[in-house]
Design a protein around this ligand. Structure first.
Ligand code: SIN
Ligand code: FE2
Length: 215
């Protein structure tokens, strides 16, 4: 399916928003309970923490990871580590419900056989945001990024390969999934400050899982 084309075989819930980039609206809706339960076990072992940018700024988003490697940032830079620097232990294993969801979403977006080895978990409380950035610390740029949104809604910004390129705005709700890869793999993206509210299942926060092939 080409970007922008549309026919009756394509449910309106699956939309291409850039070359190689797909918005799978509601794709995770029937799995949010299983995913939330698995998530609770992961963050019990590797609690959310506010990391610092290499420039010393505290991030408004709280983070954790699961998988064989986890993304971290501190004064030494952005990178993937095999161990949680807070506990010194290996990151929690990727729950089956996570791996299965990521693989299915990638396949639905035209990336069969995606095997994520890392999942960065972001927690946004009202006001938290993610400034425009590229996901470029992964070794494998042939695999897409799969992003699953839970809880409070948010406005996602998706730009081009240069920071100053114009951005489009996508409204993300509980159960929505984005997949970007191929020509869009290194596109700048970010999240506007999350507006205050209370989600029926997750309370006063937005959670986002991004699956990557990092190692
Ligand atoms: C990210 O780019 O790592 C987070 C994206 C999101 O929270 O939707
Ligand atoms: Fe990102």
């Amino acid at each position: 399916m080409q970007q922008g084309s549309f026919d009756f075989a394509t449910p309106p819930s699956q939309q291409s928003f850039a070359p190689g980039a797909w918005f799978l609206r509601g794709f995770a809706c029937d799995q949010t309970e299983a995913v939330s339960m698995a998530l609770a076990a992961v963050v019990a072992a590797a609690p959310f923490r506010h990391m610092h940018t290499p420039g010393g700024l505290r991030m408004s988003v709280a983070m954790s990871n699961c998988g064989t490697v986890g993304w971290v940032t501190d004064e030494r830079g952005y990178r993937y580590l095999r161990h949680d620097p807070v506990s010194g232990a290996a990151w929690p294993a990727m729950p089956f419900a996570f791996a299965q969801l990521a693989e299915r979403a990638a396949a639905a977006a035209g990336y069969p056989q995606f095997v994520a080895d890392a999942c960065l978990i972001n927690r946004y409380e009202p006001g938290a945001r993610m400034t425009l950035h590229q996901d470029r610390n992964e070794r494998d740029m042939t695999s897409p990024i799969v992003s699953v949104s839970l809880g409070l809604p948010a406005t996602f910004l998706f730009g081009g390969l240069a920071r100053t390129d114009p951005t489009q705005r996508l409204s993300l709700a509980h159960g929505d999934v984005l997949v970007w890869g191929g020509p869009s793999r290194l596109c700048f993206h970010g999240v506007l400050p999350v507006r205050d509210g209370t989600h029926a299942r997750l309370g006063r926060c937005r959670l986002n899982l991004t699956f990557r092939k990092a190692g």
